[in-house]
Design a binder for this molecule. Structure first.
Ligand code: DIG
Ligand code: MN
Ligand code: MN
Length: 390
């Protein structure tokens, strides 16, 4: 197979945030190890590796203390770099977690003035995102949480968050921005306990909002793994409810701090089932690699990191197609999935007639328990597809 068979496909909308490949490598225990690049330089790097687009928090692009003249220059340079590299900006978001003002949260802060400032800052960031054509707006509540539940009511926090989102939904509608809001969950870090800890928390919130139709989720692999959850099932729930508006791809060892590893580099089997799910369901949204290179990497290696994220996705996409076409695997699926059209019809829609028929159905549990489930064989064949021998 030619080596470019796994070159990034623009139709898959691979994106990187400015904060990902531009991450200078600082961590809680050490300062930067790489020079800080300008947004234009980061866009050049993202373009060089062949991605589709670049995303940003307001302050990744415009420093919070930039003068209007500095902001104008940065935007002009960034716009040029986007054009030179044929990049688009599918998503924008707000940094509501770095500045000390948000030390106790933004939309859920105990301080009404901080809550107001968070909404004001988000409106301005939405303006900035719209300037660059973003149509998806991500909300990651980095500081929305507590270390001690003595400080805040979890009920009040939800009400405060909902109020901000309802207000900002109206702002997007009034401005004609056409944003789709995508909520991103995380269980902890930087807060000891974060509200809306998993994707399901947001799926439960969305129907209670004033504009649920414009709100969906942005699940991240690392964040659900931190909570010890099966990420594929979380994404399945979002897909099934039509709420997978965006996705943050990376990787993560279970039970660790947020590692934001290169996609597929820690759990290739989970990554395979995720790619298969997205491709089987023809997910049409952007695929953002919200990840960063190892602290030991120089920018040459950061480019390999970015290429690796996309290349792994392309390889797993090919493996998923191979799995779907594998005759032995498909044969096993037919054994496993026992069909019975007459019985299945009964529970499709309730009626007293159907209930009577179902109650009278001669279903023998001893016989039913004998049905074969060759899952070991099926999973071994799956592993052999992954290991490249099928
Ligand atoms: C971290 O996983 C968060 C922030 O980087 C950002 O707000 C969001 C964007 O996808 N992901
Ligand atoms: Mn993360
Ligand atoms: Mn993320």
């Amino acid at each position: 197979m030619p080596s470019d068979a796994f070159a990034p496909d623009k139709k898959l909308k691979f994106t990187f945030g400015l904060w990902t490949v531009g991450n200078p490598g600082r961590d809680p225990f050490g300062g930067p190890v790489r020079e800080t690049l300008t947004p234009a330089q980061i866009a050049d790097l993202i373009g060089e590796v062949g991605a589709y687009g670049v995303n940003f928090h307001d302050n990744d692009l415009i420093p919070i203390d930039a003068t209007p003249e500095q902001a104008a220059q940065i935007k002009s340079d960034f716009r040029k770099a986007l054009k030179n590299n044929g990049l688009v900006v599918p998503m924008a978001t707000t940094n509501l977690f770095s500045d000390p003002v948000f030390k106790d949260g933004a939309f859920t802060s105990n301080n009404a003035q901080v809550r107001a400032y968070a909404v004001q800052k988000t409106m301005r960031a939405m303006d900035l995102g719209a300037e660059f054509g973003a149509k998806i707006y991500v909300f990651w509540g980095g500081r929305e949480g507590v270390e001690s539940d003595a400080t805040k009511s979890p009920v009040e926090a939800i009400k405060r968050f909902r109020e901000s989102i309802n207000f900002l939904s109206e702002y997007s509608i009034e401005q004609g921005y056409g944003y789709k809001f995508a909520f991103e969950a995380k269980p902890n870090e930087p807060r000891g306990h974060m509200y809306f800890a998993v994707t399901g928390s947001y799926l439960a919130l969305i129907p209670t909002l004033d504009h649920p139709e414009m709100c969906g989720v942005n699940p991240e692999v690392a964040h659900e793994h931190m909570a010890g959850l099966n990420f594929v099932h979380q994404v399945g729930a979002a897909l099934e409810s039509g709420k997978l508006f965006h996705i943050d791809l990376n990787d993560q060892e279970f039970g660790r701090y947020d590692q934001d590893f290169r996609f597929g580099s820690a759990n290739p089997k989970h990554a395979f089932f995720l790619v298969k799910l997205l491709e089987d369901h023809k997910y049409a949204g952007p695929r953002q690699f919200d990840a960063h290179a190892y602290r030991q990497s120089d920018y040459q290696d950061v480019k390999e990191f970015a290429r690796g994220c996309m290349r792994t996705y392309m390889i797993l996409k090919e493996k998923a197609a191979r799995w779907n076409a594998d005759k032995e695997i498909q044969g096993l699926l037919n054994v496993i999935n026992v069909q019975d059209a007459a019985l299945s019809k009964l529970t499709k829609k309730y009626s007293s007639a159907n209930a009577k028929k179902l109650l009278a159905a001669p279903l023998d549990r001893v016989e039913l328990a004998k049905a074969r489930l060759p899952y070991e064989q099926l999973d071994q064949l799956t592993m052999e597809v992954l290991m490249g021998v099928r």
